[in-house]
Design a protein around this ligand. Structure first.
Ligand code: F3S
Length: 389
């Protein structure tokens, strides 16, 4: 892979040992994927930063970069607890200490403490922007809804991009890497929750590639949910939605295989994932809730209270929480709790409960590995844990 003078200097250690390792990572990736050169990127999203994921081994690795500074705006994924309520999530002091050490390293290298998987609510990338994002749900949203360009980075390769300001130029950064590989349509009109079920089902069915969907609506929350699920049960960093994805018209060819999904097929799949219909807790916000989603939950919870013995936990970013403060206050009035900085997957919170109600395909994929789950639409879930006031 061709390197310019500055990149050569980074590789030689002229910018410090962290930048040297970072450039080595970019070079290795570039060589592996036959990239001809690097590309400058606008911003970075670094995932895998919960102490639950990193542990001591990851923390040691991270320390190798502590003499570095990020060159582009760099956002962080959720961590292992809400910074305002750590003990709600864990009573393990080592966990809290380890997590704070991770955050301090990121602070010292200049990463922004956004702690959300929805960085596009903080800075929305523009069509054609090259970025390096590692959060799997955000990658799909950026590529498919916004038309920005990112590969499916790992936490460590995203960190390397943050420090060098560059990514190897291959895959989804190139036009030819963004062509659709399979066509998907529906024999019914999918509604909001169908997007999560479709993503989970299709990801496990086709595993990889770039689906081209016909019949989706331009509902950004539903598309967020679809992408998050697709890139969990499958390795699918992008889809095209006809009439929605900015470059959809140049992605399709006549020779593609077609899959037609029916409501029966999706409903049978959803039912196959359910182990109990009596959740003791409902958790919403995977990916983190948007302002619109919070508003709709607040409207539902008006004049309702959480049932005795049940809990409702919501997850969002600090930015959205600040913007939706009136709705959040209404939600809290019902007895539900709203958390920031973390989520039901990257924190240890799931250990406290027996059966977890979820409307997210991605959370169902991960939480369902260890816990009994009830996977259903948001209205059904909210009705199960609330009473009239
Ligand atoms: Fe976000 Fe956690 Fe889901 S990081 S996408 S809420 S697993």
């Amino acid at each position: 892979m061709f390197l310019n003078k500055e990149e050569e200097l980074m590789l030689q250690g002229e910018y410090g040992s962290g930048a040297k390792i970072a450039m080595e990572i970019i070079l290795k990736l570039g060589d592996y994927y036959n990239a001809e050169n690097t590309i400058e990127i606008k911003n970075v999203q670094i995932s895998g930063i919960s102490y639950k994921n990193l542990g001591e081994y990851g923390l040691d690795l991270l320390k190798k970069f502590s003499d570095s500074k990020v060159r582009v705006p760099s956002f962080l994924n959720p961590i292992g607890f809400d910074l305002d309520f750590p003990t709600f999530f864990t009573d393990d002091n080592n966990f809290i200490k380890g997590q704070m050490e991770i955050l301090n390293i990121f602070r010292s290298i200049g990463a922004q403490q956004t702690l959300t998987c929805t960085p596009y609510y903080i800075i929305e990338p523009k069509f054609g922007d090259h970025i390096a994002w590692a959060e799997s749900s955000a990658i799909v949203y950026a590529n498919s809804v916004l038309g920005a360009r990112t590969n499916r980075e790992s936490g460590i390769s995203a960190l390397a991009s943050a420090i060098t300001g560059r990514a190897a130029n291959y895959g989804l950064h190139l036009n030819e890497g963004r062509k659709a590989t399979i066509k998907i349509n529906f024999d019914f009109k999918p509604e909001y929750f169908d997007y999560a079920v479709t993503g989970l089902y299709l990801g496990s069915k086709i595993k990889n590639g770039i689906p081209y969907f016909q019949g989706l609506e331009n509902n950004k929350d539903a598309l967020k949910s679809l992408g998050a699920a697709l890139n969990s049960s499958g390795s699918i960093p992008m889809f095209h939605a006809e009439g929605i994805t900015p470059e959809y018209f140049s992605a399709i060819s006549d020779s593609l295989e077609i899959i037609t999904l029916s409501r029966t097929e999706l409903e049978d799949f959803r039912k196959s994932l359910i182990y109990s219909v009596d959740p003791d807790v409902v958790m919403l916000g995977c990916p983190h809730l948007s302002k619109e989603e919070i508003k709709n939950i607040a409207i539902f919870l008006k004049n309702k209270k959480i049932k005795h013995g049940k809990e409702l936990l919501l997850f969002t970013s600090r930015k959205i929480k600040d913007e939706a403060l009136d709705y959040i206050n209404e939600i809290k009035h019902s007895g539900a709790r709203v958390f920031t900085d973390t989520c039901m997957v990257v924190s240890p919170v799931q250990e406290k409960y027996s059966v977890i109600g979820l409307n997210s395909g991605k959370a169902t994929y991960y939480v369902g590995r260890d816990k009994k789950i009830f996977f259903a639409d948001i209205k059904t879930l909210l009705e199960m844990v609330t009473d009239e006031n």
